[in-house]
Write a protein of this length. Structure first.
Length: 396
C-alpha cells in the first residue's frame, strides 16, 4: 500500500476503534454510569447520529477546502471529542461527546475516498478505497478486543484517551505523507454536489445500506453480553471472539473490494442472503461456543462485503459529487448502526431474551435484500459505469 493510503488507513483505524470500542466495554460502561444495558446502547446510537448529520453537512460546508488540510482538521476534531468522552462527568455528557465525535467521521471518509481513488488507476479505485477502509476493519481485530480484555484492569476512560492520542497521530501521518491534491481534485460548488445526489442511483444504495447493514449492528452491539451470559465465555475468550469478528470483517472487506469491481449487484444479493441466514443460525446456536464463534466470523465476513459494493455503486451513481456520496455512504451505515442498536435495545427492553437482537438482525438483513431488487434495476439502466476515468478528478 502506498504511504498516503496507509496514513489515511491509520485515521480509519482510530475512527473505527472509537466507533466500535463500546461494543467490547458496554457492560462496564453501563455499570460505571449507573444505567441499564439497553440505555448504555444509546452511546452507540449517539455516535451514529453524529455521523448521519455530520457527513452531509460538513461535506457540503467544506466543498472549497483542500482535501489534505480538511482531513487533518477533522482528525483533530475527532481527537478532541474522544478526549472529552474520557473526561465525561456523567452519562448525559458522555452521550453528547459521542455525538460530537461522530460528526467528522463521514466527512473524513468522504475526503479520503476521493483522495485515495485519485492516487490509483481507474480500475483499481474500489480496491484503493477498501485499502483505506481496512483500517476501520483492523480496528475490530485489535482495538475492540484489546479494549474488552483490559477494561477489567483499567477504566474505560483510559481507552477513549488512547483513541484521542491515536487521532492526533493519524493527523500527523496524513499531513506528512498525503500529497497536495489541488489541481488534481477540482473543487465543485455545494449546490452542484447536492443536485447530483438526488438520483435514485444514489438514494437507493443509501437506503439499502441504512436498512440492511443494521442487521449486523443489531447483533454486534450486544455481542459481548450475549457471549458472556448465553455462550458462557470468560473475558479472554470474549476478546478472542471479538478478534475473530475483526478478522472476518477484514477478510470480507478485501473480498468485497474485488466483488465491487467485478459483480457488485450479484455480490449484494449474496451478502444480504448470507447475513440473514447466519444470524438466524446464531439465534439457535449461541449456547455452543464453537458454533457461536463460527457464526460470529461468518456474520462479520458476509456483512463487510456490503461496504465496498455500496461505495462502488455510489461512486457510479454520483460521479459529479463523489465526496458527498462517499460521506453519505458512511452516514447510511451509521444510520444502520443507530437503527440496529436501537431496535435491538427495544427487543431487550420488551423483556425478550438476550439473543432477541439476532432475530432483529435477520429482519433488517431481509429488508436489505428486498431493497436490493429496485437497486439492481436502477443499476442495470446504465450499460457502462457512470464515472469515466477522466472524471475521477472532479470532486469536492
Amino acid at each position: 500500500m502506498r504511504m498516503p493510503l496507509f496514513a489515511m488507513s491509520i485515521g480509519a483505524f482510530g475512527i473505527g476503534t472509537a466507533e466500535f470500542v463500546i461494543m467490547g466495554i458496554l457492560p462496564q460502561m453501563a455499570a460505571s454510569s449507573g444505567v441499564s444495558l439497553a440505555e448504555a446502547g444509546l452511546a452507540v446510537s449517539a455516535y451514529a447520529v453524529g455521523v448521519v448529520l455530520g457527513a452531509p453537512l460538513l461535506t457540503v460546508a467544506t466543498t472549497r477546502v483542500p482535501r489534505k488540510p480538511l482531513m487533518v482538521g477533522l482528525l483533530a476534531w475527532f481527537a478532541a471529542a474522544n478526549l472529552a468522552t474520557a473526561l465525561a462527568p456523567d452519562f448525559g455528557f458522555l452521550l453528547g461527546t459521542r455525538f460530537f465525535a461522530g460528526l467528522p467521521h463521514g466527512a473524513f471518509f468522504g475526503a479520503a475516498a476521493v483522495v485515495g481513488a485519485s492516487l490509483v488507476s481507474y480500475e483499481r479505485r474500489a480496491r484503493a478505497i477498501a485499502g483505506i477502509m481496512s483500517g476501520l476493519t483492523v480496528a475490530t481485530i485489535v482495538g475492540v478486543p484489546v479494549s474488552a480484555l483490559i477494561v477489567g484492569q483499567v477504566s474505560w476512560r483510559w481507552i477513549f484517551a488512547a483513541v484521542a492520542a491515536l487521532g492526533l497521530a493519524a493527523a500527523v501521518a496524513v499531513w506528512v505523507t498525503v500529497p497536495d491534491t489541488r489541481g488534481v481534485i477540482v473543487p465543485t460548488r455545494a449546490a452542484d454536489e447536492i443536485r447530483a445526489i438526488r438520483s435514485k442511483k444514489v438514494l437507493l444504495p443509501l437506503v439499502t445500506g441504512a436498512v440492511g447493514f443494521g442487521g449486523m449492528f443489531a447483533a454486534y452491539t450486544y455481542l459481548t453480553p450475549i457471549l458472556e451470559e448465553v455462550t458462557g465465555l470468560n473475558a479472554v475468550a470474549i476478546a478472542i471472539t471479538l478478534a475473530v469478528f475483526g478478522i472476518g470483517l477484514t477478510l470480507g472487506n478485501v473480498i468485497g473490494g474485488q466483488v465491487a469491481d467485478r459483480a457488485p449487484i450479484q455480490g449484494l444479493f449474496a451478502a444480504f442472503t448470507t447475513i440473514a441466514t447466519v444470524l438466524l443460525m446464531m439465534f439457535f446456536s449461541m449456547g455452543n461456543p464453537v458454533l457461536a464463534i463460527g457464526g460470529v466470523f461468518l456474520m462479520a465476513t458476509s456483512s463487510s462485503l456490503v461496504g465496498p459494493i455500496m461505495q462502488r455503486l455510489l461512486l457510479d451513481g454520483a460521479h459529479q459529487a463523489p465526496s458527498l456520496a462517499s460521506s453519505l455512504h458512511h452516514a447510511a451505515f451509521n444510520l444502520a448502526n443507530a437503527n440496529g442498536a436501537w431496535l435491538g435495545g427495544l427487543a431487550l427492553s420488551a423483556g425478550l431474551s438476550l439473543t432477541a437482537p439476532l432475530l432483529v438482525g435477520v429482519g433488517l438483513a431481509l429488508a436489505g435484500l428486498a431493497l436490493s431488487v429496485p437497486l439492481a434495476r436502477a443499476h442495470a439502466e446504465s450499460a457502462v459505469p457512470a464515472i469515466e476515468p477522466a472524471e475521477l478528478v472532479t470532486a469536492s
